[in-house]
Design a protein around this ligand. Sequence first.
Ligand code: F6R
Length: 246
Amino acid sequence: MKVIIVSDKNHMGRVAADLIEADMRTKTPYVLGLATGSTPVPLYQELIRRNRETGLDFSTAISFNLDEYIGLEVTHDQSYRYFMNHELFNHININKDSTFVPDGLAENIEEVGKDYEKAIRAIGGIDYQVMGIGTNGHIGFNEPGSSLASRTRKVRLTENTILDNSRFFERKEDVPTDVITMGIGTILDTRKAMLLASGSNKAEAIAKSIEGPITATVPASSLQMHPNVTWIVTEDAAVNLQLEWN
Ligand code: F6R
């Protein structure tokens, strides 16, 4: 397990892009696991820049997103499909047919979860999983108490997460209560993983996840069991770490 402490979120984006770019050059087709939210935006901006200016090629890349709200149309500006198109896919040379986000509009979400797992397995697994972290320690939308063996499934958001995410919606009541998310077991199966965290509001969750006990109460602590995980954390999010990491 590696922890890299960086000065700010743009630095975080560059370090994350370096790791992904180096790994992408070793394998074709390359399978990315992607996240939404504000944290990975500097990484996506850096990947867009490299695609345009230095020829980082996504033409054969495949991607699977961690999660999606249940019940939001894909044209809704807070749906994660919309977010991914606008923050990354529309600006790089990836084939949109090779980008997968769980279908939060399907009638049978349980089946969507099973099919998502099957599709990931059929392609040979995810090569690099990108993640952010909730202030409550969630990864994907695996809220505290999620089984460490969980797979892609429907989850009810906690009040804490609804409040955190209400900043993206007009009213708190507009935040969907249910989501579909890859499970912790799904995330632990990825070949490499990176967790990005910026901002002092993540400091407590980061310290508990990196240096605390592995517990379902802090879902990101499960990454201590991942065979190849890198945490890229800005200084303000790293203030509560006690061990020497760099
Ligand atoms: C998003 C996701 C979530 C976010 C987390 C942090 O796909 O799975 O776990 O990474 O809620 O969100 P931000 O980055 O907005 O603070």
